[in-house]
Design a binder for this molecule. Structure first.
Ligand SMILES: C[S@@+](CC[C@H](N)C(=O)[O-])C[C@H]1O[C@@H](n2cnc3c(N)ncnc32)[C@H](O)[C@@H]1O
Length: 245
């Protein structure tokens, strides 16, 4: 699948102009942010990043560093203004990263960055820049979301949809099954997945009110790590290890 360069230009312009990524009054996306933060804290305890040669590569970071403020970190983003203040900033596209192979102990790509890109090309690149034995964490919005029930996008491998993020947003969604099949072709071993916006996604389908639906997300936790939950989740956070060349 190829992303239209005009679409990519529009995404870049939009993000260059956006005042802030995570609007505090937007409960739906604040919940997503909290899930990512919580998984990042878990990763921090699992991955040794204190050696002088350790490197974190955060693709589509927008300059947000979650819990990795004091480690060597390369911030990559399509929108150059978002990373202007970062010590090691690289303007680039996740589908063709301007980085050498096998440089990252930990590669991060969260905050729906992959929803603006071709999943196969992006995962190939994220795999390429991760060291053998290194970890990749990525998050994306899924076509399995109840929001899409009754539309051709529902559970489709890939679909270009209209959803919401600071108003109407057009982006690509992928199915959980397609993510796993694509991962299998890259040589990345899937360690675990955290799904979120499960019941809340269903509630959103019924009410069409994201702020109200987001309140229900609290009740998602019993199913967050249950594999079948991927069939009806709005989003997933995937943690993988690169086992081989
Ligand atoms: C919603 S923000 C998430 C920022 C950050 N990862 C976080 O979680 O706070 C999405 C970011 O992805 C970047 N982006 C979108 N498409 C991209 C692409 N093809 N390659 C690299 N970055 C991209 C945008 O410029 C934007 O900064």
């Amino acid at each position: 699948m190829k992303i239209d360069p005009l679409y990519r230009d529009r995404v870049r312009t939009e993000y260059n102009q956006l005042p802030e990524i995570w609007d505090k009054s937007d409960r739906w996306h604040q919940w997503a942010k909290r899930q990512i933060e919580s998984e990042m804290l878990a990763i921090k305890t699992e991955v040794a990043l204190d050696g002088p040669g350790s490197l974190v590569v955060d693709v589509g970071s927008a300059g947000n560093f979650y819990s990795f403020a004091n480690v060597h970190r390369v911030d990559v983003d399509l929108a150059e203004k978002r990373i202007a203040g970062c010590p090691l900033a690289v303007c680039g596209n996740v589908e063709a990263l301007p980085l050498q192979s096998q440089v990252a102990d930990l590669t991060i790509c969260v905050g729906s960055v992959l929803n603006y890109a071709s999943l196969e090309e992006a995962l190939f690149e994220l795999h390429r820049v991760t060291k053998v034995g290194g970890t990749l964490i990525f998050q994306l919005e899924l076509s399995n979301a109840s929001e899409f029930i009754g539309t051709p996008a529902y559970a489709a491998d890939a679909a270009f949809v209209s959803t919401f993020y600071r108003g109407e947003e057009r982006l690509w969604v992928y199915s959980d099954s397609y993510v796993k099949r694509t991962l299998a072709t890259t040589g990345l071993a899937l360690c675990r997945v955290r799904y979120f916006h499960l019941l809340s996604s269903f509630f959103l389908r019924l009410t069409r009110r994201p702020d109200l639906a987001a309140r229900i997300a609290l009740f998602d936790w019993p199913w967050a790590k249950w594999r079948p939950a991927g069939r009806f989740a709005d989003s997933g956070i995937y943690v993988c290890r690169r086992d081989s060349c």
